[in-house]
Design a binder for this molecule. Structure first.
Ligand code: DI6
Ligand code: FE
Length: 406
């Protein structure tokens, strides 16, 4: 047992808003679980435990990055330079670059090389206090490479103390083999790629890119129906560049989340609220693509849609492996409050992954994924950027990484 004392605790357990602060708290860890968490004055006398003095620092759930494309090879720096000469993200995609560039490099890369690249990125997140992350495929666009990406994701979850969930994003772009035949590729996904990889236990959720430069609502629906038959939850890249009404479709399939959402309208927000779909906002992609249309945060608030924040770490639209930066960008670019930002990478991120029974809050019975921060006010986590305030990280009850600064 470990007994953490002398801490300010942000349980993040309040249902609607806020941090769920307990000014002088105790948290008791037994093996990989939280045995007890609450005010020091009510703490049980525990069995002999290792005492940890938190020195008045802030304890929160370990952070969760609920939308990443971490497994990829190659570089898109040259395309970034093209964008600086005036080409748009969509122009580059239409000219055969963009996602297709990364698909070529990822198909050619060995499992070991992909693993090495992804491990470096995941390790960077771990050092920032991230304890769980979602990893999407989508740079293979054929069975073998989609499998390779998901296997790398699973292997990362074995090698590192991170909780990794996998999402099949085969419907990310049309592969060269199916050029001009998007429906043929959707056939291949629903008849072969999805059932095969689901059978192999590699798929925790299914995603698609519903967009003018991606897949139509009808094509997305076919993928969702196939996922539903396999009893897999869905999520969607929706209303990022144009409004395709993909969010309403996702909500109809009780999607865990709809992500990006810059172009989302009120009917989509309403559909999300009615179906418990989380809004995953991705300020890194908004920033890197120099988008100007901010997601409808006020509407999301008004309808009570839970908001999560994630890196969208990927080589094309968000080459950013930094979740704390997303808190600051969530606040500066989307005007989220610091409470909303922290909820966005804890309780609401857990909801977006379907893991809210285990992760994202500090309460009895949850996985002991905890982060201790050398800050007094939790708003510091959305305010300062560039100095790492993490002083201790527990994952599954074990202390990890980072220098212990106490
Ligand atoms: N939307 C995004 O922002 C990423 N994928 C997607 O569907 C971008 C992926 C890339 O450009 O490589
Ligand atoms: Fe994405």
């Amino acid at each position: 047992m470990q007994r953490i004392e002398n801490i300010q605790l942000a349980t993040m357990a309040a249902e609607e808003t806020g941090y769920g602060i307990i000014a002088d708290a105790v948290v008791i860890i037994e093996n990989d679980r939280i045995y007890w968490a609450g005010p020091a004055s009510e703490a049980p006398v525990s069995a002999p435990a290792e005492l940890i003095d938190g020195h008045g620092q802030l304890l929160t759930p370990a952070l969760i990055d609920c939308h990443t494309h971490l497994v990829w090879a190659g570089s898109r720096a040259a395309e970034f330079a093209q964008r600086l000469h005036g080409a748009s993200y969509a122009d580059i995609a239409r000219a055969g670059g963009g996602i297709a560039t990364t698909v070529k490099a990822t198909r050619a890369a060995s499992f070991e090389h992909l693993l090495q690249l992804a491990e470096q990125r995941a390790h960077a997140l771990l050092e920032q206090g991230v304890g769980a992350l979602e990893i999407k495929s989508g740079y293979g666009l054929e069975l073998q490479t989609e499998r390779k990406q998901l296997q790398v994701a699973r292997e990362l979850g074995q090698r590192l103390p991170l909780t990794v969930t996998t999402t099949l994003l085969a419907a990310h772009a049309i592969p060269p083999e199916f050029e001009g035949n998007a429906d043929g590729y959707i056939d291949e996904i629903v008849n072969n790629i999805l059932p095969t990889l689901a059978e192999e236990g590699l798929v925790d959720a299914v995603d698609a890119f519903c967009e003018s430069i991606g897949f139509s609502v009808e094509q997305t629906e076919r993928v969702f129906k196939a996922a539903q038959q396999l009893k897999l939850p869905v999520k969607l890249h929706a209303e990022q560049i144009t409004n395709q009404q993909g969010t309403a479709l996702a909500a109809r399939f009780q999607a865990l989340s709809a992500d990006h959402l810059e172009q989302l309208d009120e009917s989509g927000v309403k559909a999300m609220a009615e179906n418990g779909t989380v809004a995953v906002l991705l300020p890194g992609a908004f920033y890197f693509l120099r988008d100007t249309q901010v997601p409808p945060v006020e509407l999301l608030r008004r309808y009570g849609v839970p908001i999560a924040l994630a890196t969208d770490a990927n080589p094309g639209s968000s080459p950013i492996h930094n979740l704390p930066l997303m808190l600051q960008m969530g606040a500066t670019l989307f005007r989220l409050t610091p409470e909303e930002c922290l909820r966005g990478v804890t309780i609401n991120a857990a909801k977006a992954l379907g893991l809210s029974k285990r992760l994202g809050q500090v309460k009895t019975g949850m996985q002991a994924n905890l982060a201790l921060w050398d800050v007094k006010d939790p708003a510091e986590l959305s305010y300062q950027f560039g100095v790492n305030p993490l002083s201790k990280l527990w994952l599954n009850g074990d202390v990890h990484g980072h220098a212990d600064r106490q």
